[in-house]
Design a protein around this ligand. Structure first.
Ligand code: F6P
Length: 530
């Protein structure tokens, strides 16, 4: 079957299943869809993984029988896996659509790969948030982390993927996720030359000059890894263009780049560079919103808010999300507009995140202090202007997204931001979304939300006031538009587009097509590394 014949709007999971009947879909990501933990009574329960990748991928895999490989994070992950044949855990447990396999890593290796390289360097690099005055410092500790952690875990992922593909003997479609796995494709390609490999980056991708802050050799490894794929995907055109430019201006590899057609050639192999914004499954979300637990959270929230207007933030405790500037803006809003005192409440429904890193622990403390300070400055016996909850609780967030009058999404930089999309479809009050123009989602929700510069707290304070004072007709028009935009692109479409791109890449591979002439002159060879 040709995937091109399927229209994203009308294609069904059944048709995709038919297409996949002789193929094996393998997803690989650092964090899996769930994490198993022991709760009261000693029972082991699954808890949903945090972040946009999990939101989109879990529902995109409907009826695929895919195998999703991710790192075991708890002892209970390992114990659960051992209870299933071939350690493949059916997911979701109550209505299996795909299988989860855990990769077990050494504790030290995982720390070096996840905390030292991925989250302390690559994450900030991708968000233009390196602290150039002092952090990072590529010292021997970092080089050890790269060699003994990042490289090693990427290789382990590749081993596990190759093992799975060989065991099943079907044609593999491999989907690697995010900055944790930039090197994985190189190791797979050398052992499975025919495999179709797709990599998707869930964060922004920076411009060539910024990428150059990474040590030259590691930059080369990353590009080599990415270009071992048949297709690399990004959320937005801008990130895809940045990637193409990084290839075009590469001082470490000889590359032919066709920017117009989104193609890069390395050693005669072609890689397509594509952009398709990740999304959500609004139907699945609506079903979740019907759960009785969500209703209980809504009641609790309404009781706390009373008649007051509700501002809301739903985020991981994460520096890129810009939570402190959001609070500063709210303080300014309350200072400059005393007429709103007692009439608003700002819910912060946050998730603990990456607590092994001191920046994240400090941020959590600073948020708590800022919240107390605002509540001390403006609060009364009946009113706390900010309500803060830091807890892993998705159903509570859904309740909040149904109830907000104003949703604040002001990241300094964000690959996409699925909270804005979830808010657009779940909200029941024609609520208004304030969005940072540096979030990928702004490209889609432009004209359906209020834009803000993430650094400009005065502008955000004014945006809060504008949203709160907006008339019903305008609110209705904006929120309807936002909902329509989100509903027109589901996470299933997002996944279908990736499969199509792979199919196209396979055809080109068959023809041996490579762009004839490089549009840029060959670059000088870099001779100082290795
Ligand atoms: O969306 C970007 C991302 O890094 C995902 O890869 C990840 O699942 C999510 O954020 C949460 O981060 P972490 O897995 O480090 O908690």
């Amino acid at each position: 079957m040709e995937l091109d014949q399927l229209k994203p709007e009308t294609a069904t999971p059944r048709q995709v299943r038919q297409y996949l009947r002789d193929k094996l879909v393998v997803i690989a990501s650092n964090r899996g869809p769930v994490e198993f933990r022991r709760v009261e009574n000693g029972i082991i329960k699954p808890f949903r993984g945090a972040g946009g990748l999990v939101s989109a991928m879990s529902t995109a895999l409907t009826a695929t029988d895919a195998v999703w490989i991710s790192v075991a994070r708890t002892r209970e992950d390992v114990i659960t896996a051992l209870a299933y044949p071939k350690r493949r855990i059916p997911m979701p447990l109550e209505n299996p659509q795909y299988f989860l396999r855990f990769l077990v890593t050494d504790k030290r290796e995982f720390h070096l790969y996840y905390n030292v390289v991925s989250n302390s360097v690559l994450w900030y690099l991708n968000h233009y948030m390196l602290d150039l005055t002092g952090n990072p410092c590529f010292d021997d500790e970092f080089h050890t982390a790269w060699k003994e952690g990042y490289r090693k875990v990427n290789r382990l992922f590749a081993d596990e993927i190759v093992k799975e593909v060989r065991a099943q003997g079907k044609k593999p479609l491999i989907f690697l996720q995010d900055y944790h796995l930039y090197l994985c494709a190189s190791h797979i390609r050398s052992r499975l030359p025919e495999a179709l490999i797709h990599h998707f980056t869930h964060s922004p991708w920076v411009e060539p000059d910024y990428l150059k802050f990474l040590p030259t050799g590691y930059r080369r490894e990353i590009l080599e890894g990415m270009l071992s794929c048949d297709v690399v995907g990004f959320h937005t055109r801008q990130y895809a263009e940045n990637f193409l430019r990084c290839c075009e201006e590469s001082d470490v590899l000889h590359l032919k780049v066709d920017s117009k057609r989104g193609m890069v050639v390395r050693d005669g192999r072609l890689t397509f560079v594509r952009h398709y914004p990740i999304s959500i499954d609004h139907e699945a979300l609506e079903k979740l919103a019907m759960r009785p637990e969500v209703e209980l959270h809504r009641k609790r929230l309404r009781k706390i808010a009373g008649e007051r207007k509700i501002l809301l933030r739903v985020d991981r405790v994460e520096p890129t999300k810009n939570i402190l500037r959001g609070l500063k803006a709210y303080r300014l809003f309350l200072r400059h507009h005393p007429e709103w005192h007692e009439k608003v409440i700002f819910f912060h429904f946050l998730y603990p995140s990456r607590q092994e890193l001191h920046e994240y622990r400090n941020l959590r403390r600073e948020i708590e202090e800022e919240v107390h300070s605002i509540n001390r400055e403006f609060g009364t016996l009946e009113w706390d202007p900010v309500y803060l909850e830091i807890e892993d609780n998705y159903l509570r967030s859904i309740a909040g997204l149904m109830e907000f009058d104003v949703l604040v999404v002001n990241p300094v930089m964000d690959g996409m931001n699925l909270v804005a999309k979830e808010g657009a479809v779940l909200n029941r009050k024609n609520g208004i979304i304030i969005i940072s123009t540096r979030a990928g989602v702004w490209g889609e929700l432009k004209g359906a939300a209020i834009p803000v510069n993430p650094l400009d707290v005065m502008e955000l304070a004014e945006a809060m006031r504008t949203a709160l004072r907006m008339g019903e007709r305008r609110k209705k028009a904006l929120s309807r538009k936002a909902r329509q935009v989100v509903e027109s692109n589901t996470s299933f479409n997002w996944f279908l587009q990736q499969m199509r791109a792979l199919q196209r890449a396979e055809k080109e591979r068959g023809k041996g097509t490579v762009p004839e002439e490089p549009p840029v002159p060959p670059l000088p060879r870099y001779e100082h590394f290795d």
